[in-house]
Ligand binder design. Structure first.
Ligand code: PDD
Length: 284
């Protein structure tokens, strides 16, 4: 993975330089996306790049490059690094300027970087399920923006890791919002529930894809908030994300979810997503 993109050009990673006063570095003033790559092909890149533009717009940042040209550059980077299975990370910050909370002048160019990373599908966790903790959601009120400011997410994820768990399920008071780096859903009496796409969660691309697969395949899914009690009494719990796909959660705060095994609805949706990926990217 020797090559990266810096300000629109493919370059050697070792030669890339970011200024100490880059606003991403100083303030977390920027937005990013993580796109999955299977068999050297990007999955749902259009949706991710649309959300990247939306995130930028929401913080008053204008990305002049179209989704089509970004996708082309990312494709070139994947080829150059001969990436098969992994991710492309893409990030824009509000550029380099003397430190000042005000935005810099509009002629200051954004800083644009991208890199690739090899990352296998988490096959074992997908089939056996993982453990999670619950944690108060202390993040700001614009979680719909995929911004670089991830401290609230990181603190929760670290707490999960220290408890030997894969994910922290966040809640605002009684209401479950999402995971530290995934969207979360429960299944009760055959119906899937996940928090609606408001300012309190990131509207995950995997989440949107899962909802679409549910509606095409006669599975009932509701974009309806659920409580910590609902979570504790759920028949199944799972998370959704670019790197995790559909992953069962089988234990929460040390308590098994139902019988402690991945549920049938979860595994069905996981298979449907896997089939959709194979259809787009070939055998994985
Ligand atoms: N995380 N919620 C949060 C807070 C996330 O950070 C993510 C993605 C998701 C799932 O979104 P998607 O299905 O579009 O990946 C939900 C990425 C992968 C990350 O930060 O690494």
């Amino acid at each position: 993975m020797d090559f990266i993109i810096i300000n629109g050009e493919i370059a050697k990673r070792s030669s890339a330089r970011i200024d100490i006063e880059d606003r991403g570095y100083q303030f977390g003033d920027g937005v990013y996306e993580v796109v999955r790559v299977y068999n050297g092909k990007m999955y749902t890149a259009d949706e991710h790049l649309q959300r990247l533009h939306q995130s930028a717009e929401k913080i008053g940042m204008k990305i002049d490059l179209s989704a089509a040209s970004l996708k082309e550059m990312m494709g070139e980077l994947i080829e150059k690094n001969t990436l098969q299975t992994g991710i492309v990370y893409i990030q824009f910050t509000r550029g380099t300027a003397p430190r000042n909370h005000n935005f810099p002048a509009s002629n200051v160019p954004l800083t644009f970087v991208a890199y690739t990373k090899e990352l296998a599908r988490p096959a074992e966790n997908m089939s056996r399920g993982v453990e999670a903790i619950t944690e108060e959601d202390i993040r700001w009120l614009r979680c719909d923006i995929k911004s670089l400011n991830l401290l609230g997410n990181l603190l929760a994820k670290q707490k999960a890791a220290e408890a030997g768990c894969f994910e922290a399920i966040l809640h605002r008071g009684e209401t479950v919002t999402e995971g530290s780096h995934t969207n979360v859903a429960i299944v009760k009496n055959g119906i899937i529930y996940t928090h609606p796409a408001t300012n309190l969660i990131l509207n995950g691309i995997t989440r949107q894809k899962a909802l679409e697969l549910c509606s095409f395949n006669g599975m009932q899914a509701e974009e309806e908030a659920f409580s910590l009690t609902d979570l504790a009494e759920a028949d199944e719990v799972f998370m959704m994300g670019t790197t995790t796909e559909i992953m069962p959660i089988v234990k929460i705060n040390g308590q098994p979810v139902a019988d402690g095994l991945p549920g049938i609805v979860t595994l069905k949706l996981q298979k449907l997503l896997g089939d959709a990926i194979i259809k787009k990217c070939g055998v994985i």
